[in-house]
Design a protein around this ligand. Sequence first.
Ligand code: FAD
Ligand code: NAP
Length: 315
Amino acid sequence: MGETRHTKVLIIGSGPAGYTAAVYSARAMTDPILVQGIQPGGQLTITTEVENWPGDTHVQGPDLMVRMEEHAKAMGAEVISDHISALDLSRRPFTATGDSGTTYTADAVILATGAQAKWLGLPSEEKFKGFGVSACATCDGFFYRGKDVVVIGGGNTAVEEALFLTNFATKVTLIHRRDALRAEKIMQDRLFRHPKVEVLWNHTVEEVLGDADPLGVTAVRARDVNTGKVTDIPCAGFFVAIGHAPASDLVKDQIELHHGAYVKVKPGTTETSIPGVFAAGDLTDHVYRQAVTSAGMGCMAALDAERWLAAQEAG
Ligand code: FAD
Ligand code: NAP
């Protein structure tokens, strides 16, 4: 039987939202506990250059997140390496169960579990995951030195992944289902100017092709959405960059959601449908989904939690 830890404010998640909430909560003397989850530092740890974090013209995502963790700790937050597998929001104090066996009880909870990569949902994609199919160029790009790769998606992530992969691959084909990208214009400009990149417009991927022994990708089968024509594009690696879905599994049956799976907050606040539970970052935001907006919401959540706790104490 593991130990039980009580805290005034439990922060779940260690992306920009979680760490910023921790900085503000610690400075409000609420002795917050932050549980990092299986991706300490969150999504920015799987990218390289971040060019839109105010105050840093260029900063590596993983470095920025290490700095945020150090900042939260320096302010007095307790940062714990654990993953919450169950959360009971039906009564107070709220109870969270960690994979470590520790039970966390909390007067207030800040949900900052962010988002996770989406997949196409193809059986062949599943079969080759980790054997040529990836959702993280920063993690796996190195394996494709001198080889051809394909990226699918049309947002900032897809363009960034494609450009990053040019460091290793001989050729990068970006497949997009429409005839225009939604990535920022500056990123598009870099992509279109890159000699190693080819864009295949108006196509989807319907199958990943490969060898069984050893297991590995040899091509992707793309379909023209206008003509239905099918083309096999030879490649050794296939990177899926079609967006991210909010990580709301812990709370989806307990709390009000919006746009499918995002945690709903009262406009202009981080208050969820459960008093004492606050949400910040990509978990709640289907529009902006940026590091700086997540950090901003983390700050709001800490302030909202602090005021809510004070009101409870005042009766
Ligand atoms: P996340 O960063 O998603 O962090 C979520 C955290 O929750 C993780 O630490 C995870 O371990 C934890 N967690 C999840 N479930 C549990 C659980 N059950 N128990 C405990 N912990 C849990 N934005 C920019 O502004 N600039 C950029 O240049 C930029 N580049 C990007 C590049 C890539 C490849 C990607 C994928 C995203 C990029 N973004 C960028 C978007 C940015 O990373 C996100 O908007 C931001 O990280 C969201 O922060 P967050 O704190 O809400 O959640
Ligand atoms: P996104 O902006 O939601 O883009 C997802 C892309 O994938 C879209 O182009 C979409 O096509 C395509 N897509 C979705 N489902 C698909 C499917 N089933 N098959 C084929 N294509 C599919 O996601 P993202 O690029 O991961 O970005 C998420 C957030 O993080 C954004 O807010 C982004 O700005 C931010 N981010 C910022 C930076 C940066 O600032 N440098 C870097 C990375 C991410 P449609 O266009 O047709 O919808």
